[in-house]
Design a binder for this molecule. Structure first.
Ligand SMILES: CCCCCCCCCCCCC/C=C/C(=O)SCCNC(=O)CCNC(=O)[C@H](O)C(C)(C)COP(=O)(O)OP(=O)(O)OC[C@H]1O[C@@H](n2cnc3c(N)ncnc32)[C@H](O)[C@@H]1OP(=O)(O)O
Length: 265
């Protein structure tokens, strides 16, 4: 069973609708030459955006699938999670870093998502990959690292295949269902993995004073990465619920057709 909803069919009243890609002004036939030209431009932009997003989502689905296969093969061959992070690090860094493009997609309006919500999600992941796990070798074999990497992988394969099938108008219901149900378990699990990993990093950060700047120095500025990490951990308390409730709203809108009125971000 496949499903497709064009933006026009989606029962949503949101102000960001106006900048959604592919949304055409109604009554095009009756408009002036200028209106027709504007609509043609919009349509061309919509086609280019859709083509780009399709390529992007296919590439990201493939990337995370490669990561999944690589993890399963490693575990079957070695029978341990030790060394797994090192084995998949390059692929993980590559595809998670590519996700920065998603902030751009929102900023230029080709996807109907808030820049802030996407920004927090993507930046927190980039931070976990580059400034925690990649920078502190001693924690790479922690179980919590494997927990968040596995959770991210399952989530991203589902999310990017959802976007891909949606764009090509052949969305199997089970993918839509998985996209808007799995996060209920996956989000908290991912957060637990991330927080435990940052927690495990704290002693090494304190001992090595990495990424820290102590006084006196020529800039007369001090920065303690150890305390910064504690602030990052605390920031999950206000930020995570916002992301989680955002996804619950999306779930109600997409699976139950609820009309959600949102402010333009
Ligand atoms: C400097 C250090 C800072 C540190 C800060 C620390 C604080 C961090 C606190 C928070 C920590 C979070 C940790 C996260 C852990 C995990 O990820 S665990 C794994 C579980 N995770 C998830 O389930 C992730 C869920 N998140 C997401 O899906 C996104 O990131 C999102 C931004 C929250 C998604 O929201 P949104 O895009 O609004 O929802 P959708 O329903 O998917 O999409 C809305 C519409 O946009 C279209 N769209 C979006 N992207 C695309 C695309 N790539 N291609 C095509 N279309 C796209 C989508 O189809 C929807 O369109 P319509 O249906 O027409 O509306």
């Amino acid at each position: 069973m496949t499903e497709h909803e064009t933006p026009q069919e989606t029962p949503q009243l949101c102000t960001r609708e106006a900048r959604a890609c592919g949304v055409m002004a109604s009554g095009e036939e009756d408009g002036s030459v200028e209106e027709k030209q504007t609509n043609n431009k919009k349509r061309t932009k919509g086609t280019i955006a859709t083509a780009w997003l399709t390529v992007y989502n296919i590439a990201m689905t493939a990337g995370w699938l490669v990561l999944a296969v690589s993890m399963v093969r490693f575990y079957l061959q070695k029978g341990t999670h030790k060394g797994l992070y090192k084995h998949i690090a390059r692929t993980l860094k590559c595809f998670q870093t590519f996700a920065l493009l998603e902030i751009g997609h929102c900023a230029i309006g080709i996807v109907r998502t808030s820049v802030i919500v996407t920004g927090v999600q993507v930046c927190s992941r980039i931070f976990m990959v580059w400034f925690i796990t990649n920078s502190i070798r001693q924690i790479q074999n922690e179980e919590s690292v494997i927990l968040f990497v596995v959770v991210w992988t399952v989530t991203e394969i589902t999310r990017y295949s959802f976007y891909t099938f949606n764009l090509i108008h052949h969305l199997p219901y089970f993918i839509k269902w998985a996209r808007y149900n799995m996060f209920i378990v996956m989000y908290p699990l991912g957060v637990v993995g991330e927080l435990l990993t940052i927690h495990a990093a704290l002693p090494y950060v304190r001992r090595s004073a990495m990424f820290s700047l102590r006084l006196p120095n020529k800039y007369n500025v001090s920065f303690d990465y150890y305390y910064f990490l504690i602030i990052v951990m605390l920031s999950y308390i206000p930020l995570f619920p916002q992301l989680f409730f955002h996804m619950l709203r999306q779930r109600r809108r997409v699976l139950h057709g609820e009309v959600i009125v949102e402010k333009d971000e």
